[in-house]
Design a protein around this ligand. Structure first.
Ligand code: ZN
Length: 231
């Protein structure tokens, strides 16, 4: 009888240990998975997402009394935050570059010591884009008759952003655009390879011919005008 009791006790303790271990393992696993999920495998940003974000609000303070632009985070803010999170390198391959918010984020990254390289097209760099050469960022330009029509960016060789979205104010405000974000290595490697290929192809062509000004502020006014006409 006492042997049976001992056996039952041993079994009970073993079972309790097994259950406790299982619970602890799952708790640890859940926590580990949460930490890993800080960098999503894939995410999509759609534009427009509610309107045009006020650049003054983004910079810290909007001085317009009846500003009708957005005073909260948008998908463009999320792009800016991704740029701010770069620690080693940012490689940008962009057909149109004119949005001051994103260009300022690139310049700030450069000032922090992040290696920033930009490949763009000679026909579609305008507005605030002069800032990037003034700040000393490395830019290479496709001066051929063909268009350098890519729109992608690679952060720290770990995150890829690609899609239809050009870095313009209108792209975020009223165009139908998308940005796909992934850290999937197979896809990432092909874009890294393409960037390096273009970087070599356009070596020595850093002269930028600016188009007539189409800065964020000009587009901002145009957008306000459109909004007023619609209402
Ligand atoms: Zn505002």
């Amino acid at each position: 009888m006492s042997r049976l009791w001992e056996l039952t006790a041993v079994l009970s303790v073993s079972t309790n240990l097994a259950i406790t271990s299982y619970i602890l393992y799952n708790l640890w696993k859940t926590r580990w998975q949460c930490e890993e999920s800080d960098e999503p495998e894939a995410r999509v940003l759609m534009f427009p997402d509610g309107g045009y974000q006020c650049n003054y609000w983004t910079a810290g303070h909007c001085h317009f009394e009846n500003c009708t632009l957005l005073h909260h985070k948008t998908n463009k803010t999320r792009l800016k935050e991704l740029l701010e999170g770069a620690v080693k390198s940012i490689n940008v391959c962009m057909f149109v570059l004119s949005c001051a918010v994103l260009l300022d984020a690139l310049i700030e990254a450069h000032r922090k010591g992040v290696t920033v390289r930009i490949v763009c097209d000679n026909m579609k760099i305008s507005g605030s884009a002069y800032k990037i050469t003034e700040a000393g960022l490395d830019v290479r330009v496709d001066n051929s008759p063909s268009m350098m029509h890519h729109k992608f960016m690679i952060i720290d060789k770990e995150i890829l952003l690609t899609g239809s979205y050009n870095w313009t104010a209108s792209g975020a405000a009223y165009n139908r655009e998308n940005v796909f974000i992934t850290d999937e290595k197979y896809v990432l490697d092909q874009f890294i390879s393409e960037f390096e290929k273009l970087w070599v192809t356009f070596e020595g062509s850093s002269e930028i011919r600016y188009e007539a000004i189409t800065s964020c502020d000009v587009i901002r006014n145009r957008f306000v005008h459109r909004s007023n006409n619609k209402s």
